[in-house]
Write a protein that binds this ligand. Structure first.
Ligand code: F6P
Length: 546
């Protein structure tokens, strides 16, 4: 239930917004220090939210809201291993996975860190053996390709990180198969040689139907080419369900465990990151963990309004609940972060797409926004039209590196950055009717033409964006960025008053799919299904008959 103090703080914030100045063009004109006032840096990572229509009073009111929601106390409870995921009676300790050696986190009277370090060391040994060719396939050839079979949190994190860290990729090629659509595994395997391919079956539960179906297909592929005895040399697994992995037939020294206190969408730091470690090497993987740990320390210790994840969460809450904006776009001006929006969709929407509070009561405010995006500059030539002139306001989150990894292509990078900055400036400044008219006049437009066309060239402006800038997309920086987003999602969840760590909303579809499988196969009739579903199944059967 919302506490009276929180309700009071929210009412004050809403009342303030109703009369707040809110015009960013004017705010920048009036205050030359606006950027300094509304940006924060932690080392070379900078968050700029000066192009959001907040002022110092709004930030103070948001900070009161965070205090009333007990954000700092909830954060401390998470770090210390309290079972804050109450619907599953679990601790939430993905942060422990990136703790440095020698630290300790006690859960139910037991320090979890020795196990964490032991798995990391086992991954390290295995990754080195695959990379140096000593862990060969069954015919003695070194592994040239790894295929991660997993979905959701067992796919999106490592797939995103592998692409992000492409400049550091010096191990075997890495492929990711997630979709149960046979096209995915078919198109992946058709390029590969069974003798030199290693599969990593990644599934926290080891029951997910997509992963189990793809893993069975991969096993048949190996058996057909190399015989059943070859399976042990061509499979590894990552799971919390070690009994189920053993039943699948994966040899114990190739099984890497993790724990129920690591949520799927928070698991790329665990053994789920094994394909990344094989691709970029254990040292780089540890740098990724160290970067995330740096952000953890910042989140755990920086004061409220100097705390980057907290500020990002407060600004997110301002947009979602106070301004009622339904979505947020994540636009990395960093091609290697192309999978970041998909990764964040799970992180944010599976965490905060909830309608009941932590006490099981209906929420009284909107919760998590729709998260979407694509890299810039490509998005500019696709959906930016709507961001600039559409009828909905969609806050944008830009990410960009000051430096690329291609020094000889510096001109590309400068152009990329100029575009990124130009878009946030255009969203904020817009273009008035008078500006549109005078621009057309300057280009020699006729009076008639100007009157007709100028309204189409007006941009309302005052559209919010934040920018996250960093020096270069290296493993440490990637770790910091992902941990930043994890903590931001956490902060928003505390403000929404919801549990960010369960995902009951994905269950119903899974149950219905299981029930519908025999109906689609034609082994059962569609009795009990609604008329649309029954009609669609009948149509599929007709289409299959030709
Ligand atoms: O369907 C949702 C989900 O449970 C996610 O939360 C999870 O990341 C994904 O499925 C995969 O689950 P698993 O790792 O158990 O196969």
């Amino acid at each position: 239930m919302t506490s009276p103090a929180f309700q009071q703080a929210l009412d004050a914030l809403r009342a303030y917004r109703a009369h707040a100045p809110g015009d960013m063009r004017k705010a920048f004109a009036d205050d030359p220090d606006r950027f300094a006032r509304f940006s924060l840096a932690d080392g070379d990572l900078l968050l700029d939210w000066s192009k959001c229509a907040v002022d110092e009073k709004a930030m103070r009111l948001l900070a009161s809201l965070a205090e009333a929601a007990g954000v700092a106390a909830r954060r401390d409870a998470m770090f210390s291993g309290e079972k804050i995921n109450i619907t599953e009676n679990r601790a939430v300790l993905h942060t422990a996975l990136r703790n440095p050696p020698g630290s300790s986190v006690v859960l139910d009277g037991v320090d979890v860190m020795p196990d964490v370090q032991a798995v990391l060391d086992a991954m390290d040994r295995f990754a080195r053996a695959v990379r140096d060719g000593s862990a060969t396939g069954a015919t003695g050839k070194p592994i040239t390709d790894i295929v991660n079979i997993g979905i959701g949190g067992s796919d999106l994190g490592p797939a995103m990180a592998t692409l992000a860290l492409a400049p550091y990729h010096d191990g075997p090629r890495a492929h990711y198969v997630s979709n149960v659509d046979g096209a995915h595994i078919h198109d992946t395997l058709k390029e590969l040689d069974p003798e030199t391919t290693l599969f990593i079956v990644a599934s926290k539960t080891f029951t997910t139907i997509e992963t189990m179906t793809n893993a069975a297909t991969a096993r048949r592929w190996i058996e057909r080419a190399l015989g059943a005895q070859a399976v042990g040399r061509h499979f590894a697994a990552v799971s919390t369900a070690l009994d189920k992995v053993a039943a699948f037939g994966i040899v114990p020294d190739r099984v890497f465990g993790f724990w129920d206190w690591v949520g799927g969408r928070y698991s790329m730091w665990s053994a789920i990151g094994l394909p990344v470690m094989i691709a970029v090497g254990p040292e780089r993987f540890r740098e990724l963990l160290a970067g995330a740990h740096e952000m953890d320390r910042h989140f755990a210790t920086a004061p409220l309004l100097e705390n980057i994840p907290i500020v990002m969460g407060l600004v997110g809450y301002w947009h979602r609940v106070v301004c009622n904006y339904p979505a947020r776009a994540v636009i990395p001006y960093d091609q290697r972060l192309a999978r970041l929006p998909a990764y964040l969709q799970q992180l944010d929407m599976e965490s905060n797409g909830k309608s009941v509070t932590i006490d099981g009561l209906p929420v009284s405010t909107p919760t998590g926004p729709l998260v979407w995006g694509e890299p810039g500059t490509n998005g500019q030539h696709a959906f930016f039209q709507l961001l600039h002139q559409g009828t909905d306001i969609i806050p944008v989150e830009f990410l960009a590196a000051a430096e690329g990894h291609e020094p000889d292509l510096r001109n590309h990078h400068d152009l990329l950055l100029a575009n990124c900055l130009a878009q946030s400036e255009a969203l904020m400044k817009g273009r008035t009717l008078e500006e549109a008219r005078s621009q057309m006049r300057a280009k020699g437009g006729s009076a008639e033409e100007i009157e007709e066309i100028a309204p189409h060239r007006v941009f309302s402006g005052n559209r919010p964006s934040i920018t996250i800038l960093y020096r270069m997309l290296d493993p440490r920086t990637l770790g910091r960025i992902i941990a930043l987003y994890e903590h931001r999602v956490f902060v928003e969840a505390q403000l929404f008053g919801i549990n960010a760590f369960d995902q009951w909303g994905v269950e119903l579809g899974k149950e219905l799919a299981t029930a519908l499988q025999p109906v689609v196969e034609g082994k059962k009739d569609a009795a009990g299904s609604d008329a649309s579903t029954a009609g669609l199944v009948a149509h599929i059967h007709r289409l299959r008959q030709g």
